[in-house]
Write a protein that binds this ligand. Structure first.
Ligand code: NAD
Length: 366
C-alpha cells in the first residue's frame, strides 16, 4: 500500500504545501481562514503519513466545489438542544470547516458541563478523522469523532455497498507520553489507500474487496463503482460500522446506510454526510495531572510488555503517525508523480503558482 515515498517522489515542506493548498481553496471560493483550515487538515494527513487523505484529495474537492455540490461559504447554524448537546447544520460546507467548528463547540460545552456532544447534519467528506480529536487533545479534552461516509462497504454476509467504511477516531491526552490517538476505518484498510494503490498500478492483498459482481478482487479500482470493501474482523467490524451509521447518520438527521452521495461517484447533489463529536473533560473524577500520570503509567506498562517474535517495539495507536510526522517535518513531504500531475493541473486551471519541489528529501523543513 502506498502511504510513503515511492520512486520518483519529490519533496516539499509542509509550510509551502499548506500555502499552495490554501491558495487553491481560496480561488475555489472559500474565505481565507477556511481555506487555510482545509489546507492544514490535508497537510497534517500527509505529515502523519496518511497520503491517501492529504493533498491527493484536492482534485475531487475542487470538482465538487466547482459543480456547486459543496458550499464554499456555509452559514453554520448551531442550536443548543440541552445543556450538554448541540445540533449543527453544516449547510453542505467542506467537512473540515464543519467538523472543526463542531468539535470547538463540543469542547466549549465540555468546559461548562464536563461533556459536550455535537451532532452534525448536511456535511461532506471530512478527511482524516484524527484531525478533530487532535483538536480536542490540544484543549486538554478527550475527543471522539464519529462519521458515516460514502457507500462502499458491504455489511457482513452481504455483497452490496450499503455501508460506509465509517472511521472512528478517539483521542486521549497523556502527560510525558504522546497522546492516545486511535483513528480507524471499519474496512480491513481504508478505501483511499486502495484507490491510491489502484492509481499506482499496485495490487491490493486478497480478502480486502469485491468487484461489482460480488467476486473477490485484488484490483483496488474494482472496489469502486458498485464493488465493495470488506469490514475488518467480519461481523465485528461490520457491527461497528453500523454503530457509526447510527451515531453519525440516524441520530443526527443526516443521510445514512447508502443514501449519502459518494464523494467520487455521485455528482447528483450534496453528499449529506453526518458526524457526531464528543468532547469530555478528563478531570471529571480526579485532578487533570493525576489523570495524565495514570495515562502515562498505563502506556508505559503496555510498552514495557514483552514484544512478540519479530516485533521490535510495542507501539500505541497514533505512535506510528506521530513518528512519521516528526520525520516528515524534517525531510519534507514526498509527493508522487501521479499526485503532482493532478496538482499541476489544478494549479494551472486556477492560476496558482506551483511551489518548487526537491528531488531529494529536504535537510530542514517546517
Ligand atoms: N473521512 C472519511 O470518510 C474516511 C473514510 C475512511 C478512512 N478515513 C481516514 O483514513 C485514514 C486511514 O484509516 P485506516 O483505517 O487505514 O488506518 P490504519 O489502518 O492506518 O490505522 C488504524 C489505527 O491503527 C494504529 N496502528 C497502526 N499500526 C500500529 C501499530 N503497529 N501498533 C499500534 N497501533 C497501530 C494507527 O495508529 C491507527 O490509530 C484515517 O485517518 C481515517 O480517518 C477517512
Amino acid at each position: 500500500m502506498t502511504t510513503s515515498a515511492g520512486p520518483g517522489a519529490q519533496y516539499i515542506s509542509a509550510a509551502a504545501l499548506r500555502e499552495f493548498a490554501a491558495a487553491i481553496f481560496e480561488r475555489l471560493g472559500l474565505p481565507g481562514p477556511d481555506a487555510a483550515l482545509v489546507a492544514d487538515c490535508l497537510v497534517r494527513a500527509n505529515l502523519r503519513g496518511l497520503d491517501s487523505h492529504g493533498v491527493a484529495r484536492i482534485p475531487i474537492y475542487a470538482r465538487r466545489l466547482r459543480l456547486g455540490l459543496v458550499n464554499p461559504r456555509p452559514s453554520l447554524q448551531i442550536t443548543r438542544v440541552t445543556p450538554g448537546a448541540a445540533h449543527l447544520d453544516g449547510d453542505d460546507g467542506m467537512g473540515m470547516v464543519v467538523g472543526t467548528r463542531a468539535m470547538a463547540e463540543a469542547v466549549a460545552i465540555a468546559r461548562e458541563t464536563g461533556i459536550g456532544v455535537v451532532g452534525v447534519r448536511r456535511s461532506t467528506h471530512y478527511g482524516m478523522a484524527a484531525y478533530y480529536v487532535l483538536q480536542a487533545i490540544a484543549a486538554d479534552c478527550m475527543g471522539f469523532a464519529f462519521t458515516n461516509s460514502s457507500p462502499g462497504m458491504a455489511p457482513y454476509g452481504g455483497t452490496k455497498p450499503v455501508l460506509g467504511v465509517n472511521p472512528l477516531a478517539v483521542g486521549v491526552p497523556a502527560g510525558r507520553r504522546p497522546a492516545f490517538v486511535l483513528d480507524m476505518a471499519m474496512s480491513v484498510i481504508a478505501r483511499g489507500k486502495m484507490r491510491l494503490a489502484g492509481m499506482h498500478g499496485e495490487a491490493i492483498p486478497e480478502g480486502l474487496g469485491r468487484d461489482a459482481q460480488g467476486r473477490p478482487t485484488t484490483n483496488g479500482m474494482q472496489v469502486f463503482g458498485g464493488g465493495s470493501v470488506l469490514p475488518f474482523a467480519g461481523a465485528k467490524g461490520s457491527g461497528l460500522a453500523i454503530w457509526m451509521e447510527i451515531m453519525g447518520g440516524v441520530l443526527t438527521g443526516a443521510a445514512f446506510a447508502g443514501q449519502m452521495r459518494s464523494l467520487y461517484e455521485d455528482f447528483s447533489g450534496p453528499q449529506r454526510i453526518g458526524h457526531l463529536f464528543v468532547a469530555m473533560r478528563p478531570d471529571l473524577f480526579m485532578p487533570l495531572a493525576d489523570f495524565k500520570q495514570r495515562m502515562d503509567e498505563m502506556i508505559e506498562r503496555l510498552k514495557d510488555s514483552e514484544p512478540a517474535d519479530g516485533v521490535h517495539e510495542v507501539l500505541m495507536p497514533g505512535e506510528p503517525e506521530a513518528r512519521r510526522e516528526a520525520e516528515r517535518r524534517q525531510t519534507g513531504l514526498p509527493i508522487t508523480a501521479e499526485v503532482l500531475a493532478s496538482l499541476q493541473a489544478e494549479a494551472a486551471a486556477l492560476g496558482v503558482p506551483l511551489p518548487e519541489l526537491s528531488p531529494t528529501p529536504l535537510t530542514e523543513s517546517a
